[in-house]
Design a protein around this ligand. Structure first.
Ligand code: CA
Length: 271
């Protein structure tokens, strides 16, 4: 068991630990930065301890926060590579914490931990912008698989590229720039979460091709898991709300009834 000094406690606490202060700066930081830094926000201390131990076992540096306030305080002081965020917290709840993290410039991936499936809609709600979620109770194996999937995506994004990604122009109205992670609808910028962007890009790379929810989970979320198709539906709805002129009558992201979804091959008619 680790000493309590790494626990975030009320009131005190710059997040920086003694070992962090001694971390090399400048070019030498790159090697040290290979260790992912994870903030675990969980008010049940036993669960926080278990999560911490397992996340440390895959080589991450872990901090624990027991309240939303502590989480925001910690995230302001340290750039975490991932925030594991419980929804039900005393004080500021996890949904609000996630929303506030999203309002900031620095992108921190957020994996939400929910106690009830009834919270999922809220977690995946329009403004929250969580990258992924797990419903309690979850297995350690599943937790670690999700964490690794997020790291893989983030590392792939951060990796230097030999050639910039191809800019996609689709439906005569959408311009998707993967290198800048920028989407323009008839010249107007659209703000998408990371997942929404990945989903849109995946569709736009293959207009007309039908994808099942399981295929989308696998391609965009990086894992396939029965029962999480709901996450795909939620993200499709959020994406439609942002890109479709009339989200209730989608013209771009089409439903292939009984199968899944596909991106249109037709140009979007001028309004
Ligand atoms: Ca809780």
């Amino acid at each position: 068991m680790r000493p309590e000094k790494d626990m975030i406690t009320e009131g005190e606490r710059p997040m920086e630990s003694p070992s962090e202060r001694n971390m090399p700066k400048g070019p030498a930081l790159q090697a040290a930065a290979q260790r992912h830094r994870v903030l675990v926000v969980e008010d049940e201390s036993d669960l926080a301890r278990v999560i911490r131990r397992h996340v440390e076992d895959i080589g991450c540096e872990v901090r624990v926060a027991a309240t939303g306030e502590q989480a925001l305080h910690g995230a302001a002081a340290t750039d975490f590579d991932l925030v594991l965020l419980d929804v039900m917290l005393p004080g500021i709840d996890g949904v609000e914490v996630c929303r506030r993290l999203r309002a900031r410039q620095q992108y921190m991936p957020v994996l939400m931990l929910t106690a009830r499936s009834s919270e999922i809609d809220k977690v995946l709600g329009l403004e929250t912008g969580a990258d992924d979620y797990l419903t309690k109770p979850f297995s350690v194996r599943e937790l670690l698989a999700r964490i690794k999937a997020i790291f893989r995506r983030m590392d792939a994004l951060a990796a230097p590229r030999d050639a910039p990604d191809r800019i996609l122009e689709v439906a005569g109205c959408l311009r998707i720039d993967p290198a800048r992670r920028e989407v323009l609808m008839r010249g107007k910028s659209i703000s998408l979460t990371q997942k929404e962007f990945d989903l849109l890009r995946h569709f736009a790379e293959n207009p007309g091709r039908v994808y099942t929810r399981a295929q989308l989970l696998d391609a965009v979320w990086g894992y396939s898991h029965e029962g999480y198709e709901h996450a795909v539906n939620c993200h499709i709805n959020r994406l439609r709300a942002k890109i479709e002129p009339r989200p209730s009558e989608p013209k771009l992201l089409l439903t292939a009834w009984g199968v899944g979804y596909k991106f249109t091959t037709e140009p979007l008619p001028q309004e």
